[in-house]
Ligand binder design. Structure first.
Ligand code: NAP
Length: 224
């Protein structure tokens, strides 16, 4: 991975949680030219199929294998699975850890961390030597392939991200661009206290209102 221009480099990315978000983002990362290891699903066959179908440099593995040689990992599991997957992943010191995960209760109806902290900050406390960036969690999985396919068009949708580590954030911004979004740096990781509830609004619009879940958002600045 080149230090000079991180968003033009190929990264080795471990996917921790290969479900709706991890499966799709891992596939897109592989198609964008990154080396991807899919891990953590209930069936090895599913991971193997994801790797085959991604048609890039993708393979399946355990969370430990996914994390071991990775520059970056994507954490895409339910809040209740954090302990297990982090234990299996092993040492994440120095690595970019992109989390799209939300601190939801078991039936995914409410945030269990909010206001005075966020899921992303609680994660960072558990892995203090990692470069934690919150990204991708503010859009539904259903929109990801559509955004990737439209990425050459003008007016890309926005995607907010936040984190405390400058280099980690630059790398994450590159991945966000690779997927087809316009990255919007929202500030320090504590801003996840705002982005996580914002995700609840996006989910409400995607799943509870008309128009369907292929929904993204775009911020525009007017004036000088
Ligand atoms: N889905 C969305 O649109 C969306 C949007 C924004 C944020 N998020 C957040 O992103 C995170 C991931 O969401 P998701 O929708 O991608 O979840 P998901 O589809 O349920 O994926 C979670 C992954 O974890 C695996 N897993 C669960 N229990 C396991 C176990 N006991 N052993 C091994 N693997 C296990 C699942 O395996 P299987 O593949 O076998 O099920 C799956 O691959 C969550 O924190 C969610 O709140 C989701």
């Amino acid at each position: 991975m080149s230090e000079a221009s991180p968003w033009e480099s190929t990264m080795r990315i471990g996917i921790l949680g290969s479900g709706l978000m991890g499966g799709k983002l891992g596939t897109i990362f592989a198609r964008a030219g990154h080396e991807v290891v899919f891990s953590y699903a209930r069936s090895e066959k599913k991971l193997e199929k994801l790797a085959r179908d991604a048609k890039g440099k993708a393979r399946s593995g355990t969370p430990g294998e996914a994390a071991q040689n990775a520059d970056a990992v994507l954490l895409a599991v339910h809040w209740l699975r954090f302990d297990e997957v982090l234990k299996e992943a092993g040492n994440l010191s120095g690595k970019l850890v992109v989390t799209c995960s939300m601190p939801m209760n078991e039936d995914n109806t409410e945030l269990v961390v909010a206001d005075t902290s966020s899921g992303a900050e609680e994660l960072a406390k558990r892995i203090p030597k990692a470069r934690v960036v919150a990204a991708f969690g503010t859009v539904p999985s259903e929109v990801l392939f559509g955004v990737y396919e439209a990425k050459r068009k003008a007016n890309r949708p926005s995607l907010v991200y936040c984190g405390d580590d400058r280099r980690g954030k630059d790398l994450a911004a590159g991945l966000i661009r690779d997927v087809g979004f316009d990255p919007v740096d929202a500030g320090l990781l504590r801003i996840a206290r705002f982005t996580e509830p914002f995700t609840m609004l996006v989910a409400q619009l995607a799943y509870e209102r008309t128009g369907g879940p292929e929904l993204a958002y775009r911020f525009e600045r007017f004036g000088k």
